[in-house]
Design a protein around this ligand. Structure first.
Ligand SMILES: [Zn+2]
Length: 135
């Protein structure tokens, strides 16, 4: 299994965002260097939906400018599944436009024990990645 590395506080921030936005799906973008995710930017779920998410084009543009100015790379995208498993839905898979990114999904299906899983999605093929948490 391929490995993705992420700082502990970023992983915790994904879960925190997911909890805050219940019952809606939350979403956000991740940046870092090499294979290590070090920064998170919350994004607004333009759909304000409990089962889908989308980011606003203007907000995406702003993010990509920031990535460049920080000399980092866009490494990941996260969103939450408030009531379903941490696995990409068919829409998630169809709309995965970033083959080089890692897709993180936080599930609150078990509200007291949130789970996060990571995937690469290339040409609608989903492959799970091992999450390596870095202190
Ligand atoms: Zn989803």
């Amino acid at each position: 299994m391929a490995v993705v590395s992420i700082r502990k506080e970023i992983l915790e921030a994904i879960i925190q965002h997911a909890i805050e936005d219940v019952p809606l799906e939350c979403c956000g973008l991740l940046m870092g260097q090499g294979n290590l995710i070090t920064h998170l930017r919350r994004m607004k779920n333009a759909l304000q939906s409990p089962i889908r998410y989308a980011m606003e084009p203007q907000a995406l543009l702003h993010f990509f400018k920031e990535v460049r100015s920080l000399q980092l790379n866009h490494l990941g995208i996260y969103h939450s599944h408030p009531t379903s498993d941490a696995y990409p839905s068919s829409i998630d898979t169809e709309q995965a436009y970033y083959p080089d990114c890692t897709y993180f999904i936080a599930s609150l299906r078990a509200p007291l024990s949130p789970s996060v899983r990571a995937f690469s999605i290339v040409n609608e093929i989903v492959r799970e990645k091992e999450i390596q948490v870095v202190d």
